[in-house]
Design a protein. Structure first.
Length: 255
């Protein structure tokens, strides 16, 4: 039976080879990575790090000469191949590994065609490209062996934000509260899973690991912004009213 998969396109000029394991681990959560290509001028000594890992991870190198000085021909090659894949293969998603804003129109075009776009880049990545993706992950926040594991401790090198720092991040607080309001029931309680899904749809760059937390529930608890309730393996939260007491996690209480 034919399986719709994922294509990973790597801008080797703008993506560190040392993060390929983390990129593949993260992207594999969303499906099978059937197509893996890395683009660059493989005669350049700057890509020696990539040359060493191509065979290990079954990545196809695509040679791209710099035809004009100062122009990045690699970007054009990736864009052309992505459009060929869009029309010639049955894909569910495309991963783009680069910190270059030139891929913003490509990400928007792929999403318009119904594909999910997962971006991977460093924190210097321009905001337009970040926001154009379905989900964007900063490479500095990814650490091999910890991503997505139950009970995992964030070991990405990102310092864990304190309660005051989390509450002082106006963008984070706004998204959290808006998500709770959007998915809550008539009593104000919202399932954590629904909150996470809502945030990811509206904030592509959000990832709790950016704040030093392995799980969204850990970040929410640390923020002390919500009343919290656990029922079996599910967590629910509700915005604390002004002058409310410090939140605690209660078990199995009714709404």
């Amino acid at each position: 039976m034919e399986q719709h998969g994922i294509a990973l396109l790597i801008d080797a000029d703008n993506c560190p080879a040392g993060k390929i394991t983390e990129i593949l681990d993260e992207l594999s959560k969303y499906g099978v990575i059937n197509i893996r290509r890395a683009y660059g001028d493989w005669k350049s000594p700057l890509l020696n790090g990539w040359v060493e890992v191509l065979h290990e991870y079954a990545i196809q190198p695509v040679q791209q000469f710099a035809y004009t000085k100062g122009k990045n021909a690699t970007d054009s090659a990736i864009i052309i191949d992505a459009m060929d894949l869009l029309h010639g293969h049955k894909l569910e998603a495309v991963g783009i590994a680069s910190s270059d804003s030139d891929f913003t129109p490509l990400a928007m075009r792929l999403r318009a065609a119904g594909l999910k776009v997962f971006g991977f880049g460093e924190r210097k990545t321009p905001l337009p490209f970040v926001n154009a993706c379905t989900k964007f992950l900063f490479l500095e926040s990814l650490e091999h062996g910890t991503a997505g594991l139950p009970g995992a401790v964030a070991q990405s090198g990102q310092p864990r934000k304190t309660t005051n720092e989390l509450r002082g991040d106006t963008r984070l607080v706004s998204h959290l509260r808006s998500a709770v309001a959007a998915v809550s029931d008539e009593t104000g309680w919202a399932a954590l899973a629904g909150v996470g899904s809502h945030i990811n749809k509206n904030w592509p760059a959000f990832d709790q690991r950016n704040y030093g937390y392995a799980k969204l529930s850990d970040l929410v608890i640390a923020s002390e912004l919500f009343e919290l309730r656990k029922e079996q393996n599910h967590m629910y939260l509700r915005t604390i009213k002004k002058n409310g007491t410090k939140p605690v996690v209660t078990e199995g209480q009714g709404k």
